[in-house]
Design a protein around this ligand. Sequence first.
Ligand code: BGC
Length: 402
Amino acid sequence: MTHTPYPFPEGFLWGASTAAHQIEGNNTNSDWWVKEHTDGTHIQEPSLDAADSYHRWREDMDVLAGLGFTDYRFSIEWARIEPAPGRFSRAELAHYRRMVEGALERGLRPMVTLHHFTVPQWFEERGSWTAEGAVELFARYVAATAPVIAEGVGHVCTINEPNMIAVMAGAAKAGDIGFPPAGLPTPDEETTQAVIAAHHAAVKEVRAINPDIQVGWSIANQVYQALPGAQDVAAAYRYPREDVFIEAAREDDWIGVQSYTRTKIGPEGPIPAPEDCERTLTQWEYYPAALGHALRHTADVVGDVPLIVTENGIATADDSRRVDYTTGALSEVAAALEDGLDVRGYLHWSALDNYEWGSYKPTFGLISFDPETFARTAKPSAVWLGGLGRSRELPRTDRQAG
Ligand code: BGC
């Protein structure tokens, strides 16, 4: 078997991803901030200052650009931009515009996510996505982001992981049941339809702002693998949790693939990973080959829409395992490209250690930060992954079986 590196295709995106609430700190007007300070939830600790990236985004970008990355995916915060219904903050729009310009000045192409899990608390209080007029409110916010995205932004992601939004809404409606030992709670169908409508409305708004922007959305891919005889069970399980959202991207400019691990499905449904398998700090099975399956499945469902890996990574305290995992995942990207899949980029999750929706313990970052001084330190994995951006080559290894 040859291990010759695979050259990046022309224009291949090479970067890392973040989300505002997870790194900015003090996102006090958001629904998450309120939840974090409410008793009786599954949340272990509040986000507080996070990595203080609201003030330190320049340092984050300096580190990424200095290491060899050419792309940076970050989200802008609706709760800051529209602190009260219909009231848009010029200062916050200017803040995010400075980030776009700061990225471009450093040679980082910005991919801007308009919505990454958090909503303004006022939107939550009026009933969130399924309340009357929610889609129009989201579209109005998207239109208001024009000063941020109109120029110099090649890619916009409307909504991050809409399927997880529907799953979380389903879990909440069922009485905040949390997550089962394997698989995901049943998504809330009304939320599914609302976020799909919100996406389609947002795509229109983005194209009206600048038709050259490549617009899409990013789906969490769980790589449901059917055991013998369980194909139909797996397909029925997957459809409302994944495929309905992938289908909704058929008219988009690209679709984001986000993959971390797999879920096996037997005749009775999801099966927990074996006790003795290697697990990451999120307790997910260590399975770098997931990304190849996620790319291929997405392409099967979406047709010829270009694919971008907008998240892939591992929560680990052992940075050498991050390099191993990512090497495996990148081999899958190389193999997919070789098989003719139209993969346009790879953005690692995450640029920084960050607030993992309830806890700082699962560390996904290429870069760590000191919680007191906020000083950034690039981990060896960051140096390695950024370096691949300089050589413009994807590594290839023997691919994992199974
Ligand atoms: C989300 C991120 C999250 C990551 C790891 C994705 O579900 O988009 O916000 O931190 O996976 O759990």
